[in-house]
Structure formats: structure tokens, C-alpha cells
Write a protein that binds this ligand. Structure first.
Ligand code: NAD
Length: 515
């Protein structure tokens, strides 16, 4: 691993953050002098103090969004798409700055910080095209001289609650679609990452200014924690709540939204597995597993957490993997070319150590997992990724620990591998490494992987925006981003039109009255 100077030599992280925010047009009062201190996981230093929204203020914000929705729904969808196209342009122009801010606020390596912004640009392009393709069906009707069709109308105010680990991309998956669908968006970002949200809102405002006539309140921010989120979730003027985060959060949010018959799109925790079969290309498997398990310091919802390896290839794969785990660079991605940045905070580090302790108690052999760089950054939490050889899928293996821990299990029959893969409460992403088409197709069949995402000869992470993203079981069942995920941001209306001179009733029902 090579050390390199920070891009802005002699500048603290806090100074660089302030310069980026000001450059993007964020008012200084939005990130100084407030009650919520934001720390950079790179160094642990305080980089901003953000004023928070009080739960009692949420109703007024939603009222503003509701008024914006009333106007925005009347704008033709392709014009709404133009706003999103302009947002994509602003993101392209500010990619370096916003990507850098993602790195400084979340600790992602530089290419991943930029990749997060690229994902925002991609979904803006997708949504711009979608704005001319929002369509319903015309359906055959059993009644003469009738037409039946479905239309898609804007749903209303969409509440977006996002997690720290994709602080801005997840918002864009929701918001780009919601805007072209005619909705207003109230966004509650993670309390750990309000700065990238403030920067994104400033870029949205630039696009809105160029568009002209965007109703005030089309995008509003709620800065704060759970209480503010709950006020958003409970408001009946928010017909759709899209919540990304832990399963524990989704269980609460899903129940609360259901209580008032709202719609929720839940994108929750994963416990993703890859199966390495005897026919696998082991070079591809090795590289794919390294990225999927260690990338983003194990802090992706799609991070590879369980590696299920056939007995016959275990000794050809696992020792090489252990070597990579021991050698990979861990450190500050701004001042070095490390591929593994820090964990988000102390809580994440403690959660990781607890899981490793539980794995040892369950008979696991732990390689790595210790703290690194403590002397140079005592307030930051850098860890060596852990590879844990497990005798069985027990204890912490069936839970999601949001840290770089890869549990490795052996299997003997393909059926056993599928049973292990599916034998956890979560159902987000999965993959198989195989060149035997029976195993590939078996994995993708109805009796194969039970996850929302099933890949072949690649890891479970790193999805593109073109497909619908989400998972089953405790992952929540939501779908966002591409394909027809847009439908969740609209309300479907079925209409039957009688253009004849009689009134035939469906199912042959007779109800003739004297008129
Ligand atoms: P978290 O659950 O702690 O917080 C997520 C968001 O929910 C935050 O904005 C938080 O303030 C809010 N929140 C928490 N409790 C709430 C409540 N009762 N009501 C309303 N809002 C509430 O998650 P995190 O630590 O920020 O992120 C990591 C988790 O997110 C992991 O479990 C990861 O798998 C998951 N995740 C899932 C996806 C996906 O698409 N499936 C994507 C990214 C992250």
C-alpha cells in the first residue's frame, strides 16, 4: 500500500468539507452551529455541526411538499423528465466534488465515492427516458361497446428514508423516479450523513432554477434521527414511504405505515451468499469474492457475507483468499491507495468484534478482523477484513453484521449448497460460480436462490440501475431503481368506458329497472 498526500495538502478534513459545501452552494448556516455533530470516519474528527429538524416541524414540511405535489402533478411527465435531465447535468458537473464528499463523510475509497455519483447520473438518464414511457394497458372487456384501460397517476408525497452507506445514490433511485412520476419528495437522510444530502439538495436547486417554475417544496430535507423519521412515517399525507436501512428499522417502519394503510417500499438488510461449485472458474471467483466481501469495508447491503464452497475446490480457493485477506491495504483512502477504508464508527467496530467472538464460540476459526492504524487515528476505526472458517451455518452466520466478515462453509451436494444459501432470514442477493449449465440454471430456477438478486460468475454486489433492486424475506420485498419499479411511485387506476347505447353488466348480471 502506498501513502500519498491528501488532494488539498495542509487542509483538515473539516476545512475541505466546508470548501466543497460552500462551492456547491450550501449555506454555511446549514452545516455550522447546529446540534448534530458529524464526524468523518477517515479520522474521527468533527467536520460539521448541523442544525436538526424538530419532530414538531415535520408536519409543516410535509404540508409544503403536499402543496408542491398539487402543482407538480399537472406538469406533463416529459417536462418533469426535463427537470431530472437537468439534475443529471448538475451531477455530471459536480461529480468530483460530490464524490469526494461521499469519501470524506462515509469513508469510501475514491473510485467508490465517484461511482456513487455515477449511479445518480445513471438513474437520472433512466428516469428522463422513463418520463416518455409511463404507460398503462388497454385490456379486453367482456361487455360490448366498452373499453377498459389502466392509467398511472402520481401518488403524492413520497417519504425517502436512507441509510448511511449509500448516502445519496439510494435517494436518487427513489427521487429521480418519483419526480418523473409527478410526486414530491421529503427526504430524511441518515443522521450520520447529512452533508452529502445538503450538497445534493443544493444541486437539485440549481437544476430547479434552470428549469424555472418548479414548485417550492418539491424536494425537502428532514435532518435528524429516528424521531424525525417516525413523524414522516406516521403522516397520512405521505402515501408512499421508501425506507432503506436495517431490518430492525424496517420492521418498525413497515408496521407503522401499514397501520395507516400507506404503501412502503422496504430495502433492508442482506446476508448474501455465493456458491463456488466444482466447475467454477476459480480465478474469476477469487477476484469477485475479494471485491464483494471486502469492498466498501463490508458496508454494502449486498456485501458477500457467506461463501459456500464445494469440498473438492475448497483447498484450491480458500488458502489463496486468506492470503489476499492478509495482504490487502487497509487505511485512509484519501492519503493512501488502500482498498479498504474505515468502518463508519465505533458502534460498527464493536458489532464486528462481538460477531467474531460469537463465531469463535460457535467453533469458527477467525483469520484477521483486528483493529489497524489505531496509533495514527485513535478516533477512527480501521479493521483488517476477517475470513472465518465455520463448521456449520450457526450463530452469527445467520445475522447481518455490517462489517467485513466473510464466513466460509463447505458443502458436498448442490442441494445442500442451495439449502445453506436459502437457510437465512434475509433474501437480498446471491451468486453462483459455475460453468456447468445444470448448476447455473438450477441456481436461477424456481427451486434455486430465493433472493431478489441472483448472479452468475460474479459476486452479489455492484448492481446496475437498469434492473429492479431489492430482496425478499427480511430484506423487505421492496423494489427500486430500474425495470418497472416506477409503478410503486404511482397509483393505478382501472377505468371502464361504455360508448354504447345499452348498459350490459359484467358476469351477465341482470338488474332491469323501469325508468
Ligand atoms: P439504520 O436502520 O440504522 O438507519 C437507516 C435509516 O433509518 C436512518 O435514516 C435512520 O435515521 C432511520 N430510522 C431508524 N429507525 C427509524 C424509525 N423507527 N423510524 C423511521 N426512521 C428510522 O441503517 P444504517 O446503519 O444507516 O444502514 C445500514 C443498514 O442498511 C444495513 O442493514 C444494510 O443492509 C441496509 N441497507 C439496505 C439497502 C437495500 O437496498 N436493501 C441499501 C443500503 C443499506
Amino acid at each position: 500500500m502506498n501513502e500519498r498526500p491528501g488532494a488539498v495538502a495542509g487542509t483538515s478534513v473539516a476545512e475541505e468539507v466546508a470548501a466543497i459545501l460552500s462551492g456547491l452552494g450550501v449555506d454555511k448556516a446549514a452545516f455550522t452551529g447546529g446540534t448534530r455533530v458529524v464526524r468523518s470516519p477517515l479520522t474521527g474528527e468533527a467536520i460539521a455541526a448541523v442544525p436538526e429538524t424538530a419532530p414538531s416541524e415535520v408536519a409543516a414540511v410535509i404540508g409544503k411538499a403536499e402543496a408542491a405535489f398539487q402543482a407538480w402533478r399537472k406538469v406533463p411527465a416529459p417536462q418533469r423528465g426535463e427537470l431530472v435531465r437537468l439534475l443529471g447535468e448538475e451531477l455530471r458537473a459536480a461529480k468530483a466534488e460530490l464524490g469526494r464528499l461521499v469519501t470524506l463523510e462515509v469513508g469510501k475509497i475514491v473510485s467508490e465515492g465517484l461511482g456513487e455519483v455515477q449511479e445518480m447520473i445513471d438513474i437520472c438518464d433512466f428516469a428522463t427516458g422513463l418520463s416518455r414511457q409511463i404507460y398503462g394497458l388497454t385490456i379486453a372487456t367482456e361487455r360490448a361497446d366498452h373499453r377498459m384501460m389502466e392509467q398511472w397517476h402520481p401518488a403524492g408525497v413520497v417519504g425517502v428514508i436512507s441509510a448511511f452507506n449509500f448516502p445519496v445514490a439510494v435517494w436518487s433511485w427513489n427521487a429521480a423516479l418519483a419526480f418523473v412520476c409527478g410526486d414530491a419528495v421529503v427526504w430524511k437522510p441518515s443522521e450520520k450523513t447529512p452533508l452529502t444530502a445538503l450538497a445534493t439538495q443544493a444541486l437539485f436547486q440549481r437544476a430547479a432554477k434552470r428549469f424555472g417554475g418548479v414548485p417550492d417544496g418539491l424536494l425537502t430535507l428532514l435532518i435528524g434521527g429516528r424521531e424525525v423519521g417516525e413523524a414522516l412515517v406516521d403522516d397520512p399525507r405521505v402515501p408512499v414511504v421508501s425506507a432503506t436501512g436495517s431490518t430492525a428499522m424496517g420492521r418498525k417502519v413497515g408496521e407503522r405505515v401499514a397501520r395507516r394503510f400507506g404503501r412502503s417500499i422496504l430495502e433492508l438488510g442482506g446476508n448474501n451468499a455465493s456458491i463456488v461449485t466444482p466447475s467454477a472458474d476459480l480465478d474469476i471467483a477469487l477476484r469477485a469474492v475479494a471485491f464483494a466481501a471486502m469492498g466498501t469495508a463490508g458496508q454494502r447491503c449486498t456485501t458477500l457475507r457467506r461463501l459456500i464452497v464445494h469440498d473438492s475446490v475448497y483447498d484450491a480457493l480458500v488458502p489463496k483468499l486468506k492470503k489476499i485477506y492478509g495482504a490487502i491495504g487497509v487505511g485512509n483512502p484519501v492519503t493512501s491507495d488502500a482498498l479498504i477504508g474505515p468502518l463508519i464508527d465505533k458502534g460498527a467496530y464493536e458489532g464486528m468484534q462481538k460477531a467474531l467472538g460469537a463465531a469463535r464460540s460457535a467453533g469458527g476459526t477467525v483469520h484477521g478482523g483486528g483493529r489497524e492504524r489505531e496509533a495514527e487515528a485513535p478516533e477512527a476505526y480501521y479493521v483488517r477484513p476477517a475470513l472465518v472458517e465455520m463448521p456449520a451455518q450457526t450463530g452469527p452466520v445467520i445475522e447481518e453484521t455490517f462489517a467485513p466478515i466473510l464466513y466460509v462453509l463447505r458443502y458436498r451436494s448442490f442441494e445442500e449448497a442451495i439449502a445453506l444459501q436459502n437457510g437465512v432470514p434475509q433474501g437480498l442477493s446471491s451468486s453462483v460460480f459455475a460453468t456447468d449449465m445444470r448448476e447455473v440454471e438450477g441456481f436461477l430456477s424456481a427451486t434455486g436462490s430465493d433472493c431478489g438478486i441472483a448472479n452468475v460468475n460474479m459476486g452479489p454486489s455492484g448492481a446496475e440501475i437498469g434492473g429492479a433492486f431489492g430482496g425478499e424475506k427480511e430484506t423487505g420485498g421492496g423494489r427500486e431503481s430500474g425495470s418497472d419499479a416506477w409503478k410503486a411511485y404511482m397509483r393505478r387506476q382501472t377505468s371502464a368506458i361504455n360508448y354504447g347505447r345499452t348498459l350490459p353488466l359484467a358476469q351477465g348480471v341482470k338488474f332491469d329497472v323501469e325508468g
